[in-house]
Write a new protein. Structure first.
Length: 250
């Protein structure tokens, strides 16, 4: 066994050991929760999460509010009366998630090529003087013949639909007044938790009078809908099978 093969075997063994350790910890946690309902995640500050990063986008110069004499209107105001819609950090608004996605694609690519070259050269100078040359050299010295073909087909048939509402909180106000919002909702039914996460950037003008906004008007939208629990656990392959699927090249 070479040194490189030894190193590869050591790395592979370390990977299996780490996977087994992680799987063992997960198994212990699952064993401790047998017969109990999945625990809901505690309410946390989104800006205090480890992966949270403030949104930075190109912003125009901020508009300075100014007051005119003998006027009730202030330059830079969005409304004459007090606006009850979300506008500041910590305000809440309702996001209507309405996703209807349908795609039906089909394509086919065919390719074929045939090439043939024949120089009709059967003998070089002095070739016949070589003993057993007829067994070594072919009858036609410079001749090529190649054929290649390819046929590829692909199709996509997908249809998804999701309609629900989730309350989101304003986590940041950008320099131009746009709001960065993030909402998370967890619903537990028996031993299964359904989770909905919505985040993105919205314009205050797109928020309706009832303090709601459609998900189609959210820029940089991030929408995740899934779950965890006994049903989801059964639908997932075992961690050992997942590791084998990743490692094996065939």
């Amino acid at each position: 066994m070479s040194r490189i093969q030894g190193i590869r075997l050591v790395r592979l063994a370390a990977l299996f050991a780490m996977t087994a350790l992680a799987g063992g910890c997960s198994a212990i946690d699952r064993l401790s929760q047998i017969g109990e309902q999945p625990k809901l995640t505690a309410i946390e500050n989104p800006t205090a999460q480890p992966g949270y990063k403030p949104v930075q986008m190109p912003m125009p110069k901020p508009e300075v509010a100014s007051y005119n004499a003998n006027s009730l209107w202030r330059n830079g105001s969005r409304a004459f009366f007090r606006d009850q819609r979300a506008a500041r950090v910590g305000d809440l608004l309702t996001i209507t998630v309405n996703i209807t996605d349908k795609a039906n694609l089909s394509n086919e690519t065919q390719r074929s090529r045939t090439a043939k070259e024949n120089s009709n050269i059967t003998d070089f100078i002095g070739a016949k003087t070589i003993t057993q040359s007829n067994k070594i050299l072919p009858g036609n010295l410079l001749a090529t013949d190649s054929t290649s073909s390819a046929d590829g087909k692909g199709s996509v048939n997908r249809q998804e639909s999701l309609t629900t509402n989730v309350a989101a909180v304003v986590t940041q106000v950008l320099a131009n007044g746009n709001l960065v919002v993030e909402g998370k909702q967890e619903i537990r039914v028996n031993f299964e938790i359904r989770e909905l996460i919505v985040a993105g950037v919205v314009r205050p003008e797109d928020i309706q009078s009832d303090n709601t906004i459609d998900s189609s008007k959210i820029a940089q939208a991030r929408i995740a809908y899934g779950g965890r629990g006994q049903i989801m656990d059964v639908q997932q392959p075992r961690y050992g099978q997942q590791v084998v699927d990743v490692i094996l090249p065939f």
